[in-house]
Write a protein that binds this ligand. Structure first.
Ligand SMILES: [Zn+2]
Length: 99
């Protein structure tokens, strides 16, 4: 027997709840400047109850080949990676607003 989603009541293979939850997140990607003029790329608006922030931070660091940290709904990457981060997030089904 197929599992039934407790949110929408549809069988798991028809359930779109996870996709909808991903699309509803208001993720923002923008640059900030740190001491000594160092640019960092910030990803915030992440819902820590839906997203494993540490896992996502690891993925973004790998894809951008950059150092960074992820905690409390916010990921910080060293350097300017806005377009790459947006592309990676969209590839995972999230929508992201670049500022
Ligand atoms: Zn569902």
């Amino acid at each position: 027997m197929a599992a039934i989603c407790s949110v929408c009541g549809l069988p798991d293979e028809l359930c779109m709840c996870e996709e909808i939850a991903k699309e509803q997140q208001q993720i923002r990607v923008y640059n900030d400047t740190r001491r000594y003029g160092k640019v960092v790329t910030i990803v915030d608006g992440l819902d820590a109850s839906d997203i494993d922030i540490e896992e996502l931070a690891r993925t973004l660091k790998n894809r951008c080949a950059a150092g960074g940290t992820g905690k409390e709904g916010r990921i910080e990457l060293q350097g300017e990676h806005r377009r790459k981060v947006k592309a990676v997030l969209e590839g995972m089904g999230y929508s992201a607003e670049v500022r």
